[in-house]
Design a protein around this ligand. Sequence first.
Ligand code: NAD
Ligand code: MG
Length: 416
Amino acid sequence: MISDTIKSLDERSDRGIRGVTILGSTGSIGVNTLDVLTRHPGRFRVLALTANTQVERLFDQCRQYLPQKAVMLDANAATRLKDKIQRAGIEVEVLSGTEGLNTVATYPRAHIVVAAIVGAAGLLPTLAAVRAGKRVLLANKEPLVMSGRIFVEEAHASGAELLPVDSEHNAIFQSMPAGYRTGDVPAGVRRIFLTCSGGPFRATSAEALVSVSPEQACAHPNWVMGRKISVDSATLMNKGLELIEACWLFGMTPDQVEIVIHPQSVIHSLVEYVDGSVLAQLGNPDMRTPIAHALAWPERIESGVKSLNLFELARLDFESPDLKRFPCLQLAYDAARAGGTMPVILNAANEVAVQAFLDRRIGFTDIPRVIEHTLTLLPASQDTQLGTVLSDDVRARETASRFISSRESRMGQGVT
Ligand code: NAD
Ligand code: MG
């Protein structure tokens, strides 16, 4: 019976319903993606869902969406999920580990793979989806920062469609010339403007930044996001990572990307053409807009996002970023200009530092110190093959972790 049902669902998929794998379905992007998919049952079908350790959340999603496969990175968590699924009497195959992630990233029935894992952990499964020629919705920016060249080259070789979901990059993609393919140098484009809300500490003094807490850093004024990207938004490293992401996705040099603080987060980014035209994409700050755009592209579908009210909004403000108070942005610009594996080292040190801040082992203003120390100590390589990228990632994590531990032992305890 079940196999008959699956067969008929497969036939539906052949008749135009697009199968979707979500890597990182229990996170903020994953949940927003499921919200959009639920609005279009005749168009998309959830085939596979994945999570790190959140058994309860993934179980609830399995019950609601009945995917064919569910993956827990953690093997113990996978066993617990399997038990719960068996007891509930639902038919979902449970896999685990990086092998499980690769299986669902390359699942032949999946047309679309949503890359919504946080951090470098998403690199290999997302790359596997690209190599398998999928439509890949890219939210997970760290892999692009680490190895954007590989992603673009592999996508062009396999025919995969790389569609940015990061709101700024999605806005840029929407403002590109007709027929534009991700990774190509766009004809007639002079530069791009990457907008930035400024984060929760836009108006906080340098002195006060020293003692801000993880809770304050995660309270973003305009967006509700996972904890890691929330801290990145507070240090402005998020914009630094996005600068590097934009260079790879849109064939730009770092000097062609201008970062503009725009506190309302309504203009999601802009593209300037050589004739002086500037095209922008606007909308309420809600990730369901870029997700729906990339799911249905080049068509348009409902996302559940409410209409923009220009009269309520009344004004749009712009200012330049303060690189002194937010040194992470300067470090990212420097790494982008240096190229090679410098962005890999920047990203790895940042991931380690942000986790240490969330664990209250270091203070907010220690984050750029850890990154700068790691960038200064480790020589970057100009070789950006995957093997070098992965080994520099490991070296940078070790160096950053050692620096944090040595600071802790010097200070006797973590900073609170
Ligand atoms: P999140 O922390 O809310 O969710 C992360 C997801 O990845 C969860 O499902 C978690 O179980 C899974 N995960 C975590 N570590 C893992 C590991 N080691 N291996 C496998 N799976 C793992 O994060 P988020 O806010 O949804 O962000 C996801 C990605 O999208 C990030 O790279 C972020 O920069 C990017 N992004 C997020 C937003 C946003 O609004 N949240 C906007 C733009 C870009
Ligand atoms: Mg963004």
